[in-house]
Write a protein that binds this ligand. Structure first.
Ligand SMILES: *Cc1c(COP(=O)(O)O)cnc(C)c1O
Length: 399
């Protein structure tokens, strides 16, 4: 059990705490589920981009799934080999494509015919061959929150099957493109296996029909999206997830690539915040804490639920846990049963390791939290708390 009081005393709050042992367990569980088949798990860096977190996954053999050149450079810097890095995303600038090609990443995940043309033109200028995969939108409803659903034709991601086929034929006929992979990612926080199976089957059929055209892909990239426990969700066991995908591949000799983000980091992270005071009006009780929506946006952005832990006993009553930011949407929990809390008591927001710090901002000129790793019973700082001077650094010369 992590001693949050000790960490709060040592590093102050608000604070992100990551359990690196838990991250290892989740990684190994997923990797193990695909055993018997060549596989590469590319950590979705956008879920938690701290260099020490990426380095930790690198040490376990992970690759990286990146959605900007900044993430590609983070992954490289943290020790992930270029040949294990994928660059995805619905819009990439020319300079990002060029730099990714210079670094020599595994492949660029192309999301439109226009983008394929850009990649080809840039590879031609550089007189190199660009390895690509095409992101297919299989038009499957993942049955998750609409904001994190990505595999329907109403979403901006990927291309339909007919376009994908054309793109592979164009790529095969180009001197400067080498189509080596195929990709789909139907959404995030998936808790239903059927849509994953259906999407995988559609995409595997496309792989077989491409093979008939002598386009032989090496990588079957199933994206990320595996759900985690925030509340009382019933989860897909990683083994069943892997089996559902492998079943659709049958005899295809192809390496499976996964892009897990949340699954590896969400439950390993805690957002630690301190009570400033309580406030009661004739309708409601509020617990005001030192963390805010600029630190952890998910409740405000998605109405996401996070479990709350406190260390006080006694009679409970309902309260909203809110931060100091000037927005009514600035809260971590609503109508949460809580004991009476006092100045300096800790409030832990659980399952905050994914899309927590990476979505943090400096709104209200609040410095972003420090980040701490806990591993084998030891704790260490992995990002300093931002100070006022850090926030004005890029402006102060202009006044
Ligand atoms: C966001 C994203 C992921 C990771 O999703 P999780 O739900 O965190 O596993 C993987 N692949 C792509 C293309 C993504 O956009």
């Amino acid at each position: 059990m992590i001693d949050f009081q000790k960490l709060a005393d040592k590093y102050q709050t608000p604070l992100y705490v990551y359990d690196f042992n838990k991250m290892s367990e989740s990684f190994n569980e997923l990797k193990e589920a695909f055993k018997g088949r060549k596989s590469l798990m590319c950590f979705a860096v956008k879920s938690n981009s701290n260099l020490s977190v990426i380095k930790h996954f690198a040490s376990l053999g992970a690759g990286a799934d990146c959605v900007s050149i900044g993430e590609v450079k983070r992954a490289k810097l943290a020790g992930i080999e270029a040949y294990k890095i994928i660059f995805s995303g619905v819009g990439k600038r020319d300079d990002e494509i060029k730099e990714a090609l210079e670094i020599g990443i595994l492949y660029i995940n192309v999301e439109s015919e226009a983008e394929l043309k850009r990649v080809e033109a840039i590879a031609k200028q550089m007189q190199i061959v660009a390895r690509i995969s095409v992101r297919v939108n299989p038009n499957i409803d993942p049955k998750t929150h609409p904001y994190i659903s990505t595999g329907l034709h109403g979403n901006k991601f990927g291309v339909d099957l007919a376009s994908a086929k054309r793109m592979y034929i164009d790529a095969k006929n180009s001197e400067f493109l080498d189509p080596i992979g195929i990709h789909f990612h139907i959404g995030s926080q998936l808790t239903d296996l059927v849509p994953i199976y259906e999407a995988s089957e559609i995409v595997a059929d496309l792989v077989r029909s491409l093979s008939a055209l002598d386009i032989n892909l090496k990588f079957f990239d199933v994206g990320g999206g595996l759900g985690v426990k925030y509340d009382d969700e019933i989860l897909i066991p990683p083994y069943d997830y892997a089996q559902a995908i492998l079943t659709t591949l049958k005899a295809l000799d192809i390496t499976v690539i996964g892009e897990p983000g949340r699954f590896l980091t969400a439950n390993a992270g805690y957002f630690v915040t301190t009570v400033l005071y309580e406030k009661q009006n004739d309708e409601k009780r509020f617990v005001i804490v030192d963390g805010a929506m600029n630190d952890l946006l998910r409740p405000s952005l998605y109405k996401a639920y996070h479990k709350i832990t406190t260390f006080k006993d006694g009679k409970t009553s309902k309260a909203d846990i809110v931060g100091p930011v000037c927005e009514s949407g600035d809260y971590f929990a609503k109508d949460c049963e809580l004991p009476k809390l006092e100045h300096n008591d800790l409030v832990i927001v659980e399952s905050a390791g994914a899309y927590g710090f990476t979505m943090a901002s400096n709104y209200n000129t609040r410095g972003r939290s420090a980040e701490v790793a806990v591993e084998d019973g030891e704790d260490r700082l992995i990002r300093k708390r931002e100070k006022f001077d850090d926030l004005i650094e890029l402006e102060k010369e202009f006044i």
